[in-house]
Ligand binder design. Structure first.
Ligand SMILES: Cc1cc2nc3c(=O)[nH]c(=O)nc-3n(C[C@H](O)[C@H](O)[C@H](O)COP(=O)(O)OP(=O)(O)OC[C@H]3O[C@@H](n4cnc5c(N)ncnc54)[C@H](O)[C@@H]3O)c2cc1C
Length: 515
């Protein structure tokens, strides 16, 4: 294939259409470059379109205008304390120092507008952690503002996976991608293609000079004069890659859309790109639905998780990735099997106290019929239904209730960090006793928001080879790159923030590059 002529040419070829890809495309186009975007599926937006659209970008103008008194020194201390030395300092600095300039860049264009959404940092005890977070979201807008582009935008999860009607108001990640698509539609030198999978990179004299894209079954060779930006998400839906790299969890429980198969990451590995953090993902507990999937769940207003011995194993109010890592540890040490159970009482009724399952829950009866939800008058009877020792479950609940009474969780410190309390109603507690029968158990699994191991990059988002040298013409951002956050999830909005910042840096580097 590679010996044939170029079918198309551009300056910058962007692979994928999530936040980092479209920011990269926007910035490259704005800097005067001709851009081609190729998206594998029939919709633009990737996981970003499902998301809250939150971005952790310390000290940006939106936060500043709202009176935020954070400093870059504080943000750096926090990020370093959480991430440690698992990723290079220069990469961390590139991420931290370029969030605010990116927002300045975008806000010069009236298509972009953001607001603060206070969201506590995920490690509340780390130095310089902020209870109000460092988090902004795009302003929502009427769906009709998008016109025909709405049909090309990946719909939100309730619509895509449960058939709910499209909301009239576009918000969160929908608004982020919507705004980017609107801006790109006015950029004359940018072309966007759907149903186009990039699965091969073209190398000439050690430099990436283009790529092969499979569009409607036909292989097309696209020349990229300045470079190729791989911002095509993770490989969460590729079972073979997950197995090969040892990523805990299952494709069916991943939140990423179907196109996130890692084809472009594999193409880069094939031409000598180095990788890092390949066994990593952004994890979460996931409520298990009758269709067998377990989806990213947060905002618990009660309940405890128990392991096979009927004992608690985590702080259930912690940030989801931290709970996910406790789940993985417990599975690895043999104390937890799937499904594991959330135990809760009847104060909110039979539906588990999970306020955000991201994919809406089905009818209650369907969980009961599929054995994913059990109810009993006593904890002992409930324990028998879920296969854990009755006396142990009774003792666990008794101890938890005593701790709830005194307001201190001596075992897992639930309720002690700002994030733990973020979803607690006014005057309430993160420690809600389990005392009002009947008692219920809901099945849970391990979900992920996508993998986060990928191509190793330098601070300009240039992909590195095994010797640590940049491969000319090749860039990566978002979940396609080895995450700057390493093995942690420092705060809500980190995944998209890293995607958009490195997409921006890649585009600026290509704009500064020579012909
Ligand atoms: C419900 C939910 C809420 C979330 N909320 C937040 C939040 O508020 N803030 C936050 O930071 N994170 C959030 N996340 C996580 C975040 O959405 C993702 O980690 C992030 O959007 C990934 O962005 P990306 O740019 O790497 O890739 P994606 O947005 O996943 O985009 C990748 C795109 O590339 C395409 N693609 C893949 N391979 C190819 C190929 N070979 N050729 C062409 N195209 C290809 C895919 O089809 C896809 O469209 C949330 C996740 C979920 C599920």
């Amino acid at each position: 294939m590679t010996e044939s002529l170029w079918a198309e040419e551009c300056d910058v070829l962007v692979v994928g259409s999530g936040g980092g890809a479209l920011v990269g495309a926007y910035v490259a186009g704005h800097e005067g470059l001709a851009v081609t975007v190729v998206e594998a599926t029939d919709k633009f937006g990737g996981t970003t379109a499902y998301s809250g659209g939150g971005m952790w970008l310390p000290c940006n103008a939106v936060l500043r205008r709202a009176g935020d008194n954070d400093t870059m020194e504080a943000a750096r201390s926090y990020f370093r304390a959480v991430v440690g030395d698992r990723t290079p300092r220069e990469l961390q600095d590139a991420f931290l120092d370029n969030g605010a300039p990116l927002i300045d860049y975008l806000e010069r264009d009236e298509h972009f507008a953001f607001e603060v959404l206070p969201w506590p940092d995920y490690f509340g005890l780390a130095p310089e952690s902020r209870a109000g977070g460092r988090h902004i979201v795009p302003l929502g807008m009427r769906g009709s503002t998008l016109g025909d582009l709405r049909d090309e935008l990946r719909p939100p999860l309730p619509t895509e996976r449960r058939g709910h009607p499209l909301p009239r108001w576009v918000s969160g990640g929908q608004a982020l991608i919507g705004r980017l698509l609107l801006a790109l539609s006015e950029q004359p030198s940018t072309t966007l293609y759907r149903n186009s999978v990039c699965d091969e990179l073209v190398l000439e004299n050690g430099a990436v000079v283009g790529a092969v894209v499979v569009r409607d079954g036909k292989r097309t060779k696209i020349k990229a004069r300045r470079g190729v930006l791989i911002a095509s998400g993770g490989f969460e839906n590729n079972a073979e890659m997950r197995k090969r790299w040892g990523v805990p969890g299952d494709t069916k429980d991943s939140m990423g859309p179907g196109g996130n198969m890692g084809a472009a990451i594999s193409a880069a590995i094939k031409i000598g790109a180095d990788t890092d953090l390949m066994g990593e993902a952004w994890w979460s507990p996931g409520i298990t639905h009758p269709d067998g999937t377990s989806t990213f769940s947060l905002w618990f207003t009660g309940g405890i998780f128990v392991n096979d011995a009927g004992e608690r194993f985590t702080n259930e109010s912690m940030a989801y990735d931290r709970i996910g890592r406790d789940i993985i540890d417990a599975v690895n040490d043999g104390s937890l099997s799937m499904p594991y159970w959330m135990i809760y009482d009847d104060r909110e009724g039979e539906v588990p106290p999970v306020q955000a399952s991201n994919v809406p829950m089905a009818e209650s009866a369907d969980y009961v019929h599929t054995g994913l939800r059990h109810t009993a008058d006593t904890l002992e009877a409930l324990a028998a239904l879920i296969g854990v020792p009755g006396p142990a479950l009774e003792a666990t609940v008794e101890r938890f209730n005593k701790q709830a009474e005194i307001g201190t969780d001596e075992d897992f410190h639930r309720g002690e960090e700002a994030y733990d309390k973020a979803f607690v109603p006014e005057g309430g507690s993160a420690l809600v006793p389990i005392s009002q029968g009947p008692f219920h158990a809901a099945a849970f699994g391990l979900s992920d928001l996508g993998t986060k191991g990928g191509l190793r990059t330098d601070p300009h988002a240039r992909v590195l080879d095994a010797a640590g040298s940049p491969i000319p013409g090749l860039y990566a951002a978002g979940n396609s790159m080895a995450a700057v956050s390493g093995t942690t999830y420092p705060g809500g909005g980190n995944p998209i923030a890293a995607s958009v910042v490195f997409g921006y840096l890649a585009a600026l580097d290509m704009a500064g590059g020579k012909d």
